[in-house]
Ligand binder design. Structure first.
Ligand code: CAA
Length: 389
């Protein structure tokens, strides 16, 4: 059965920080952030956005009434969940008006959650071919002011409808997963920000990539020449370049050059958003599909998902004819272009704000322009209240 991505959309908050200006204030050469890390802008989530509202906005941008009737499974991948018990999927299900005879679950493993969602969705559609699954990857990447991870923050969500006979990307069912118990990046229960060993996390990522690529290649007999382009989990966009160098180190340099051509399209959105953890790979895929010239029918795209801690997977998909017709390039470019730049002072204030940690009620200021269709408007009696415009 042909199963894959039928629709894909994304959302990021309406405010961002310019990386060159942040570098100046931090006393760092701006080229370190823009070239060394590879980020131009960094999305910041004010209190009116959390992983649920970001995911709801991404989903609202793609769902129509037929999807609302046929979706019977909502899978919410996140490492920025808003409740220890209730899943973000239940809120998104409600905020987007999906029919009630549905299952809703949250999935967590660092930046791998949405990939787990896709794998589960494929199984569900295989057993229930007339149904669709909504897979979400939504996160706020926050390391804190003046930390090593500060230039690699970001916020946003990707939403995908997985169905049979998809119109964008058919997913191959022959991927190579790998799990390794390591401590490169994690967020202890007591902490709002992760503990991270930056250098080790880079090495762990690249080591995992090389191993899953070898396993995938052995299993499928496919070689680099079978791929038109590659997309990677992008904690920052320079990582994509490192990833291409890692998997092409044993082959002719022309292969590196070939993948580097599409790399620039695959980082266009991520460069302007930053890390969105579990959505990052799919934001890169979306960027590639919308920003690169149209690939030929049946072009195969390689995908590497990495969640610190660590779970990685190399998988692939084949593009459908006329896939460009089913993308929303103009809408996605508007989401990025209609944002407001924050001064560094405003950014520092927002980053230090948090919702009450003692259960107090709060009304959240959301009188600003462009806050999205869905946003967090208050918490009353420990119940989160979202508004959909
Ligand atoms: N001009 C151009 N480039 C410059 C430069 C300049 N003036 N100054 C420095 N650079 C380059 C460096 O040479 C380096 O390039 P390479 O990585 O190619 O060697 C790059 O800029 C970064 O410089 P440093 O290594 O000195 O940077 P750092 O010590 O500040 O750490 C970081 C960078 C490790 C990414 C850090 O920001 C961090 O810890 N981020 C969070 C963790 C992370 O994103 N890890 C990624 C793998 S884990 C994962 O993928 C899961 C996830 O989403 C978190």
């Amino acid at each position: 059965m042909d199963i894959g991505i039928d629709k894909i959309g994304f959302y990021t908050p309406n405010v961002y920080v310019d990386m060159e200006k942040l570098a100046e204030v931090r006393g760092v050469d701006p080229a370190k952030y823009t070239i060394g890390i590879g980020q131009e802008k960094m999305a910041i989530a004010p209190l009116y956005h959390d992983s649920v509202s970001l995911a709801a906005n991404a989903a609202l941008s793609i769902l129509d009434d037929e999807d609302r009737e046929k979706i019977d499974f909502v899978l919410f991948g996140s490492e920025s969940g808003v409740d220890h018990s209730k899943s973000g999927a239940v809120w998104v299900h409600h905020l987007t008006g999906i029919q009630n005879e549905a299952r809703c679950v949250e999935l967590k493993h660092a930046c791998y959650g949405a990939t787990a969602g896709i794998k589960m969705a494929m199984g569900h559609v295989a057993l229930n071919p007339d149904k669709k699954v909504l897979v979400l990857g939504a996160d706020i990447a926050k390391y804190g002011l003046n930390t090593g991870g500060e230039p690699t923050q970001g916020a946003g969500a990707v939403a995908m409808v997985i169905s049979q006979n998809p119109r964008i990307l058919s997913l191959d069912n022959d991927s190579a997963p790998l799990t390794r118990n390591i401590s490169d990046f994690w967020r202890p229960l007591h902490s709002d920000v992760p503990v991270v060993d930056g250098k080790f996390s880079n090495e762990a990522y690249l080591g995992m990539l090389k191993d899953v690529w070898k396993a995938y290649s052995k299993k499928t007999q496919r070689e680099l020449s079978d791929f038109e382009a590659m997309c990677f989990h992008l904690p920052y966009t320079k990582m994509g370049k490192k990833a291409i160098q890692a998997i092409t180190e044993e082959v002719d340099e022309s292969e590196t050059k070939r993948f580097m051509e599409s790399y620039h399209s695959s980082i266009f959105y991520n460069k302007q958003v930053g890390n969105v953890y579990t959505g990052s790979l799919y934001l890169s895929l979306l960027s590639l599909l919308e920003q690169a010239p149209e690939f030929k029918e049946d072009a195969r795209i390689g995908l590497f998902s990495y969640g610190s801690g660590a779970v990685g997977e190399f998988f692939s998909g084949v593009l459908k004819p006329d896939y460009k017709k089913f993308l929303k390039k103009d809408a996605h470019e508007s989401v990025l272009d209609d944002r407001r730049e924050l001064s560094i002072e405003e950014y520092e204030t927002i980053l230090q704000q948090s919702l009450p940690k003692n259960g107090d009620d709060i009304d959240i200021d959301n009188e600003q322009v462009n806050v999205g269709k869905a946003y967090l408007s208050s918490i009353k009696g420990n119940v989160r209240n979202y508004t959909v415009k």
